[in-house]
Design a binder for this molecule. Structure first.
Ligand code: ZN
Length: 306
């Protein structure tokens, strides 16, 4: 299969991995707050900065493994399946119709393929767990909430690249304003940013989701509430998704996975209640056990055409 490079771009960090088969043999992680870069710069400048950081982050892997010929990038945005352009990225405001693969490829002299980050992670999870059957849903809890669907062993991006943009299912009509332009989207409640907003609304303090997880573990009621609300909205959305796309395997990944023990009880209760009765007890929801490598592996495999 040879060596391939996979990149997972998140709201606040960028990870580059070199994979051999299905194993990550080299990994670099760069802290890069692309969200902040987009919020504090005009779009053209923000884009130049994103390109520069991505290029720099790739250099160590390219120098150490010059034989790696293709680079797959999982990017948090709506990717047009025909053109490969990033149409919009709700958590990277201002970015519209940018061509990451086209702009990056000449800078690094390699073929670059871009895919939605959650879809790449879904494919990685699917390939790492060959016993998962034909279909799999991946839900990534990070700065936003991403979703990816594998149908009959193949990633399903949809006609316009927004299939499984589950973070933007409306769970609270006229609720919190979302980066996509609508109100009440699930990711405004179930993501790390959503947990921070809920906690801020109740406790009047701005904390990040990790800190709130610690507070919840030590009994802080507002923190417990923030995670329970995240769990409830996620389960509510998943119950609806499963009525449309009937799969058995669901994998929960992303940085917020660490806090799953805080969410699991409320999540399972809500999910069983809201699932269509014939599906109750027949859907397997597991937390990703791939140490956050699924996105890198999936992106690399998709770019390599494997
Ligand atoms: Zn939205």
């Amino acid at each position: 299969m040879g060596l391939h490079i996979g990149v997972d771009i998140g709201g606040t960090n960028l990870r580059v991995g070199v994979i051999d088969g299905l194993a990550v043999i080299h990994e670099t992680r760069v802290h890069a707050d692309f969200s902040l870069i987009c919020k504090s710069n005009p779009p053209r400048l923000a884009w130049q900065e994103i390109l520069r950081i991505t290029c720099e982050a790739l250099m160590p892997a390219l120098q150490a493994y010059p034989a790696a010929v293709s680079i797959g990038i999982g990017f948090p945005g709506f990717i047009d399946p025909e053109s490969g352009m990033i149409a919009q990225s709700p958590n990277l405001p201002g970015l519209r119709n940018v061509d990451l693969a086209g702009d990056l490829s000449p800078l690094i002299g390699r073929r670059v393929v871009i895919e939605n980050d959650a879809l790449a992670a879904a494919y990685g999870e699917y390939r790492l767990h060959p016993d998962s059957g034909r279909h799999l849903i991946y839900l990534g809890l990070g700065t936003g909430v991403g979703g990816g669907l594998i149908l009959n062993g193949k990633p399903h991006a949809g006609q316009h690249g927004v299939a499984m943009e589950v973070g933007h299912l409306v769970v609270e009509p006229d609720g919190r304003l979302c980066g996509c332009g609508n109100r009440g989207c699930m990711e405004q409640y179930a993501s790390a940013s959503g947990v921070s907003i809920t906690y801020h609304e109740r406790a009047g303090r701005q904390c990040d989701a990790d800190v709130i997880a610690g507070l919840a573990a030590s009994g802080d009621e507002d923190a417990i509430f923030a995670y329970a609300l995240a769990a409830n909205t996620l389960a509510q959305a998943l119950a609806h998704i499963l009525k449309v796309v009937d799969v058995r395997e669901v994998v929960i990944g992303g940085g917020m996975c660490k806090a799953w023990p805080l969410m699991e009880g409320a999540f399972n209760q809500r999910l069983q209640k809201d699932l269509i009765p014939v599906l109750r007890g027949r859907v397997r929801v597991a937390v990703s056990g791939t140490a956050d490598h699924a996105g890198i592996i999936g992106a690399a495999l998709l770019a390599a055409g494997h």
